[in-house]
Design a protein around this ligand. Structure first.
Ligand code: F0G
Length: 482
């Protein structure tokens, strides 16, 4: 995919697939979009899909599937116990990661539930490059604390550093020295670090962490949900991986880990999840929770059809053409936005394009959820559904005070192989217009605030009539265009 050059000199990502099944979209007029977001409490999670033109909320469970995946779904072996489908999935994971044991789950956070219940006890610590929302919730619910020890470069919004997802090894050593290894439940490394803009870690960094874990007898767990993107960046940005195949890089990363878990809503382009384990004793400690929460050991809450699709999807993930589609579309969008002076996270990562709202809406205070306000505004003026990834996605402290997020982002996810380039150009065009009119956008306040994971179903209202003004300006500039 990367190698095709255009005679014109333009740099355009070229799809190495063709579209054979389509889904019709609609784009309601701007006035109706304002009504829809108002009904959704200004929370893009609560919009109805029928009102959404480009769904850039997430890449979770919405990646395009291949013909081979669909075909495999037809030969799925439906049975409660001992399904041949399960055996195929287990063998594929053994083949790719080189770990003998596997526990199936219905999705990624179910793995986190099991890991946290087994390894996290009150007072224990989980060092990680960066948290993910559901990961942190499971760890804290079990009495543990999360220590984010991302290298300082990871929090620099604009950078040319290729591996902003790296952990700071000195901080890891200091943390273990201060608290003692027995307090560390496990070290967690998240591939394609989600909340800081889909940024990868290097193979070198993971090897260094392994060395520290070996010195102190600490477990190393990888969250491989966004591994496909991380692998692409290892291959294209890390000199030592340049001549390795994606499969070889995968194995080198896996060799550093004791446990690998993943959401197959992302990795493998289907729906499900699972935990791969190197050591039988650890496997036995976790195994009992699978029938309790998920389902029997040979399906773990997944449909057999999805398990077949994951098996094929995992194999397809070993193909560089396949995994490069997402990052290359994202790089295109990031470059085009940057050319227009629009603040975005750089370098372009995986998962999606991340708009830097601290700079986009520098007049909206963090206490008024600028990233939530921008996600709402963007939907109103374009029908594009993004996701708030900022203070709204944080949890309040036990005393009720706000935790202001390190970054205020609107994430525009690029589900793999779903959008065409003209749709991406439309999104760029509307973001450009919104940037020119950014002073019209103001903040939001909660009208309904759930205690746990409030961003999923909390409801908010605008602090003034700014949304009506935005609609009026849209009409003035675009006439009768949708
Ligand atoms: N870990 C990471 C890094 C994730 O990005 C996600 C989900 C999970 C774990 C949980 O997996 O959804 O299957 O339970 N991320 C989705 C997102 C929700 O939109 O970023 P899950």
């Amino acid at each position: 995919m990367a190698q095709v050059k255009f005679f014109s000199g333009e740099q355009i990502p070229l799809e190495m697939h063709k579209v054979r099944i389509v889904q019709k979209l609609s784009l309601p007029p701007v006035e109706e979009r304002l009504e829809a977001i108002t009904a959704a409490g200004n929370n893009t999670f609560l919009l109805q899909n029928k009102d959404v033109f480009m769904d850039m909320l997430t890449d979770s469970g919405v990646n395009a599937m291949s013909d081979q995946q669909m075909a495999a779904m037809m030969v799925a072996d439906d049975s409660y116990a001992g399904s041949a489908t399960y055996t195929r999935l287990e063998s594929k994971l053994q083949d790719i990661f080189g770990m003998q044991f596997f526990l199936p789950t219905h999705q990624g956070r179910a793995c986190e539930n099991i890991l946290a219940q087994v390894f996290v006890t009150p007072g224990s610590i989980v060092p990680m490059n960066y948290h993910f929302t559901t990961t942190k919730a499971h760890i804290t619910v079990n009495g543990g604390t999360v220590e984010e020890i991302i290298a300082d470069k990871g929090l620099e919004v604009t950078s040319v550093d290729p591996f902003k997802g790296d952990m700071d090894i000195d901080k890891l050593e200091a943390l273990i020295a201060k608290n003692g290894a027995d307090k560390i439940a496990f070290v967690r490394m998240e591939a394609g670090t989600n909340l800081i803009g889909g940024q990868p870690f290097s193979l070198q960094n993971l090897c260094d962490i392994r060395r520290v874990c070996d010195q102190h007898g600490v477990l190393l767990v990888m969250d491989a949900s966004l591994l496909a993107d991380n692998l692409y960046f290892n291959k294209t940005r890390e000199a030592s991986c340049k001549d390795l195949s994606i499969r070889e890089i995968t194995r080198k990363l896996a060799d550093c880990c004791d446990i690998i878990y993943f959401s197959a809503r992302k990795l493998g382009c289907a729906r499900g999840g699972g935990i791969c384990i190197r050591n039988e004793e650890l496997y036995r400690r976790m195994r009992g929770l699978v029938p309790l929460y998920e389902g029997f050991l040979t399906y773990g809450g997944m449909s057999v059809r999805e398990m077949e699709a994951i098996t094929v999807g995992l194999e397809e993930t070993m193909d560089e053409d396949m995994i490069s589609q997402g990052p290359q579309f994202i790089a295109y969008m990031v470059d085009e936005l940057q050319k227009r002076g629009i603040p975005v996270i750089t370098p372009a990562g995986g998962l999606g394009c991340h708009v830097d709202v601290m700079r986009f809406l520098d007049h909206v205070p963090q206490s008024q959820y600028p990233a939530g306000a921008l996600a709402s505004a963007l939907y109103i003026i374009s029908g594009v559904r993004g996701m708030e990834r900022g203070t709204l996605s944080e949890q309040r402290e036990p005393d009720g005070s706000e935790v202001f997020s390190n970054m205020e982002l609107v994430r525009l996810a690029m589900p793999r192989r779903v959008f065409t380039l003209s749709q991406v150009k439309y999104a760029i065009d509307r973001i450009d217009w919104l940037y020119q009119n950014r002073k019209l956008v103001e903040g939001l306040v909660f009208t309904e605030e759930p205690e746990i994971l409030r961003f999923f179903y909390g409801r908010l209202a605008p602090v003034s009539d700014w949304q009506q003004k935005l609609v009026a300006k849209f009409r003035a500039d675009f006439g009768d265009s949708l």
